[in-house]
Structure formats: C-alpha cells, structure tokens
Unconditional design. Sequence first.
Length: 342
Amino acid sequence: MLVQWINTTYGRSIVNKCRLTLSIGLACLSSPLYAQVQNIQPQSGPDEAFRRGCLLYGQSKFNEALVPLESAAIQGHQDAAYLTARLLSYQVSPKDFSRQSQKYLLQGAKQGHLASIRFLYQQGEWLSEGERTQWKQRYYNQLIELGATQPANAYFRLSHYHKREGELALSEYELQQAVTFDLSAAWLEYARHQPLKEAKSIYVSEAEKGSVPAIRQVIGTLEKDGQFNEAFHWREASAKRGDLLALASLGFIYHGHSDRYAFVEPDLAKAYAYYSLYLDRAGTDRFGLLYQRVADNVNTLPHVLSSELLADAEALAHSWVSSDAPYYYHDVLWEQANCSAK
C-alpha cells in the first residue's frame, strides 16, 4: 500500500528507488544485530585513543588531539582516520589538502567509513572524475546495506544523498522514515522545515532528552522571541550537558556583562568559577578571541572581590575544575566523526 501511495503522490519515476529504501526496514525489525550494536562498549587501545582525541578536538586543542587520533588511525580506527585527515588540513580548501590528509581519507574510505567515502566523492578534488563516481556509487550501495542494521541512520543519510541529487520528494520521504525511528538529528532536520510553533516544540522535546544541538536551537528561538528568562534556564542546562561555550556565556551573564540577561543577579563567585572552568577545559585553536576575553575578565575579578568572596570563588572554581565532567564544542565535524557515539 505504501508503494502504491508513493506512486500516486510522486509518480513512477521514483518508485524503484523507494522500493530499495523501503527494503531497509525489513531486516532490521527482527535482526538481533540491531539490538546488539547499541550496547557495544569497545575497550581496546584505539578506541580509548579516539575518545581522548575527540575530546581534545572538541576543546579546541587540535595539536594535542592529533597525537591520540593518529595513534588510533595507524591502528586502523576508521573514525580516527577521518578526524585526523580533517584536522591535518583544518580550514584548508579540499584541493589543497595535504598528502597525509588524502592518505587518511583514503584509508578510512577503503575500510568502508561513510563520512570518508562521502568526502571523497563530494570534495575529493585531487581525484579523477571516474574515481569520484566510483566512490559515489559505493557510498550509495553501503547506505542500502546499512539499512539492515541501522535503518534510522541509513534513511537519514539517504535523505541527504537524494536531496543533493535533486530528488526532493524521495529525500523528504526518507527523512520522515528516519524520524519514525526517533533519530534526534532527523528530528532537528525535520523541524527546520516546519512552522515556527511546531519547530519549537520539536526542539524542546529533543532538548529535554539532552541533545546539545537541540538546546542551542531552543535558546536561539527563545531569544528571538524575547523570552530571556526561559532562555537562561536552557543556557544553564546546556552547561550541565557539557557545552563548552555555555561556560563562557554564563560567566559573562553572572559577571553582569550581558545586556540581554541584565535581569540575572550578578554573582561574581559564579562568574569566576565559570571562567576558570572554561579556561581549564578550552584551548585556543578555535574561538581564540573568546578565550582571551574570558582570560581578561577572570583576571579583573580578584581586584573587585573581597578576600572572603575571592576565597569562595576559588573554592567553587576548584571544585568544578577538579571534576571529571567533559566539556566540548559539538559541531558538524564532531558528529561526522561519530564522537558522540564513543
């Protein structure tokens, strides 16, 4: 019945491709592998090195990150090879990618790493057209195979694939299928194409599950609506979920350096603690100006705090800095390298 509906709605030109994507869900419903992969907790050396490298990348400590990442990549870790390749040529046009970056991308692609394969066919300007076409076909084939074990991920990636190919109806259908599997990234993508009220509801729902990208969307939506009291609540929630930039933002707010959040009672001890935690966790390979601003601000506080308040501020800062809570910047590359899954 579903294929008949697609045929009626979109025409016969996409039915065959729809049959392929619809077949994705058949094996997954009863496959024990789908249930098992959710519980795998790798403990080997490369996995631990990758996790460490991911965190350092997310903290803008790129040179430090490359040490464990390359170690893991040399041992065959696919995600590490991809992230290493991207970091070695960070903010460099693909046509100028270093030989090392090209090598690691090819290594990951040959092992079946989807992000590496996609990068090669979409942006591998050092490759021939024939090579890029071959990688494109391999990418599509692997997405179809992926559906047997990870249907949500497969549908979501196929949606992007067909959108790039201009097959918008099929892309929309695949996105809706990914949403039915409750994939957070699919919900956020879906929300971007919905009316504001419905989009906000989706963002809040995903934010309540702990999604940092969703929390950012909620904050942005609330601030546009002038609902800064509620936005402040979500800024604090974002910090609790490990959002590195939220630490700096809350430091400014509690310091009294934010006009939009002037209603928040200044708390210089908290500002000092948030600043200190940010400086302890963050590097300077990205957001360097922000780091310097935080450093300048924290250096002024000892001169305006009483000795008692300074002692309280330092004690609070020490307790936060001493915790093992990870803080990082969640961006597209973090997601592409599967850092969240590790």
